[in-house]
Design a protein around this ligand. Structure first.
Ligand code: ATP
Ligand code: AH0
Length: 369
């Protein structure tokens, strides 16, 4: 059995950008954050990324999925083996397909394999239970965002924005006592963020991403395509709502005839407008928008969001957090919540019928921690 009270836990995330695996330790009792610990990163090689990319949109049993899962497990085992003195691990896996209103949600990688390899109890498959109970299965970081709002001693409503492959935002009222309290949280995916920009500059320039937004900065936004983008029914959908990585593939097709710089500018503007449209759903205005995820380094994207928001828009580093590790930390936090029987998602964060603690715990066969 796990000890009560605050424990050191290792969380991992392999996000939709397919860049690599983040791992981070936090100390928590599943409610309060006591300490942020060590962290690490393992990038995927080009060959590994190609295997993952080929498996996108696929479900267990389909071609290429076993190979992708074995690769995800191996990459995580290598990175996680470097961390000592942790009592528990949270393993998100790699989302290959996400259709919460259809076939479900699919994260590649088996937590039981990692539990055995690492000799640690591992919490995994965080999203399935939520989807089975009618939720979107995403975003799940909001419970952690609530704890972070307490940790930074926020006193007014604020929002956390994650600019990963896909964007997601959490509105938090930090005056509430717990995340399950009514009107404490509202969370949802905003729309495409870095994934379409990455795909564009990879295909046209052989670059993994548009560093600092330099390519977009040299282009012109197509107002016509942007207008067409915001007419998408996604923006009328009342949150909670979630997306798969390539749900906006049509947008990428539409910029195909633009010069690269203007295509990048248009995709960047689309990511920003998606955030601004999302913010219209906030129950009350926010005092600040704290931005995490790799997109916070895209200066053009950040400026476009800042212009439209009418509040402070800052990287989470402004409050002493690490925007490269926040999601890995989130899955460490969520792992402890699962182990303690606390809920990880709520009607206002995933649309699930009632608060639910998703996630399965696998123990190493050789004994319990
Ligand atoms: N210096 C930079 N300039 C511009 N963009 C950057 C920079 N650094 C990272 N990014 C973008 O951020 C992406 C990585 O972000 P992150 O690791 O937050 O995504 P993820 O966790 O894979 O995605 P998700 O949150 O959707 O699961 C890169 O693929 C790139 O598009
Ligand atoms: C299905 C899935 O993996 N969704 C991811 C993805 O990446 C960003 C956005 O889409 C968010 O919904 C989620 O990840 C974050 C970590 C979350 O669950 O909070």
């Amino acid at each position: 059995m796990l000890k009560h009270g605050v424990i050191p836990v290792l969380g991992t995330m392999s996000g939709t950008s397919l860049d690599g695996v983040d791992a981070a330790v936090i100390e928590t009792d599943g409610v309060r954050i006591a300490h942020f610990g060590e962290h690490g990163y393992r990038s995927y090689s080009d060959a590994e990324r190609a295997v993952l990319r080929a498996a996108l949109g696929r479900w267990p049993g389909q071609e290429g999925v076993d190979e992708a899962a074995a690769l995800v497990e191996q990459a995580h085992a290598e990175l996680m083996a470097g961390f000592n003195d942790v009592a528990l691990a949270g393993f998100h896996g790699q989302t290959l397909a996400h259709e919460p209103d259809g076939r479900g949600t699919h994260q590649a990688g088996d937590g039981a394999v990692l539990a055995e390899a690492l000799g640690l109890p591992v919490v995994w498959d965080f999203r399935s239970a939520d989807v089975q109970l009618g939720g979107q299965g995403a975003p799940l970081a909001p419970a952690f965002h609530f704890a972070l709002a307490k940790w930074i001693k926020a006193e007014e409503p604020l929002a956390f924005l994650n600019l990963g492959g896909v964007g997601n935002v959490t509105w938090v009222d930090p005056t509430k006592a717990a995340p399950e309290e009514e009107n404490a949280l509202l969370a949802f995916d905003t729309g495409p963020a870095n994934a379409p920009i990455n795909d564009l500059v990879q295909a046209r320039l052989g670059l993994p991403f548009d560093e600092s937004g330099k390519v977009a900065a040299q282009g012109e936004v197509s107002a016509e395509l942007l207008d067409r983008f915001v007419e998408h029914s996604w923006f009328l959908k009342v949150p909670p709502k979630s997306l798969d990585r390539d749900d906006f593939a049509a947008l990428s097709a539409q910029v195909a005839d633009l010069p690269t710089e203007s295509a990048a500018a248009t995709l960047t503007a689309a990511a920003a407008v998606a955030v601004l449209r999302g913010a219209e759903f906030f129950p009350r205005p926010v005092s600040r928008l704290l931005v995490t995820g790799g997109g916070r380094n895209n200066l053009v994207l950040m400026e476009m969001i800042r212009e439209g928001m009418g509040c402070k828009v800052e990287p989470v580093e402004a409050v002493g957090l690490n925007g490269d590790m926040l999601e890995a930390q989130a899955f460490a936090y969520l792992a402890v919540r699962v182990a303690r029987g606390l809920p990880t998602s709520f009607p206002s964060t995933t649309g699930v019928a009632a608060a639910v603690g998703g996630g399965e715990i696998s123990y190493p066969q050789s004994g319990e921690a």
